[in-house]
Design a protein around this ligand. Structure first.
Ligand SMILES: [Zn+2]
Length: 199
């Protein structure tokens, strides 16, 4: 919207320039007419008389045309200015909406920051008791998978990370909780939904 307003401002500037050009043309034409009128006082024959009158007529037409173009440009400026003032009002509305959303977002971030800090501490505590090889695999997974989740529940017979189906035997192995089972499609660590705390 800001771009649109500045584009329209540019168009208005172009119209202003064209008005100035036409005004300069009118001044030139008037000067020429004055010159021809002076020359008319000293004509020697009919041919010169006709020729000078034709020139004067032509310059008068040029003036009329320039005046018409000036009028059109002024009308365009008025309508463009209307568009701009409408756009400016809308822009102000949007900007105030945007500021409201921004402050909402900031308060959400502030809220989740507390959760994030707590989870970070829990994670650091858990790291100390997890086998290093397993922990490294987990961290690698977190960095590689698209949604950043390395441990996902089995949900409706499917991997909660890639949504490919998990065979019944594998689901039984997961439920037995004897060893770490990974998804054969995405490699994420699968847990049963009771551990994950979801249904
Ligand atoms: Zn998967």
């Amino acid at each position: 919207m800001q771009t649109r307003v500045s584009n329209i401002n540019e168009e208005i500037a172009n119209f202003d320039n064209s008005i100035k050009d036409k005004e300069a043309m009118i001044i030139d034409s008037k000067a020429l007419i004055k010159k021809y009128e002076e020359q008319l006082k000293n004509i020697r024959n009919n041919r010169e008389f006709d020729s000078l009158n034709k020139e004067i007529e032509f310059q008068n037409l040029e003036i009329q045309l320039a005046e018409k173009r000036i009028k059109e440009a002024k009308a365009s400026i008025v309508s463009k200015s209307d568009i701009i003032s409408g756009a400016k009002t809308r822009l102000e509305d949007r900007t105030s909406d945007l500021n409201t959303k921004k402050s909402e977002l900031e308060s959400i971030i502030a809220e989740t920051q507390k959760d994030e800090e707590k989870l970070g501490k829990d994670s650091a505590r858990a790291e100390k008791v997890i086998d290093e090889r397993l922990l490294n695999a987990y961290k690698r997974l977190r960095g590689n998978v698209r949604n950043g989740l390395a441990v996902v529940p089995v949900h409706r017979d499917a991997c909660g990370g890639c949504f490919n189906s998990v065979p019944p035997q594998r689901q039984m192995d997961i439920a037995a909780r004897k060893k770490v089972i990974v998804c054969e499609h995405c490699g994420r660590i699968l847990v049963d939904k009771d551990i994950a705390g979801v249904d």
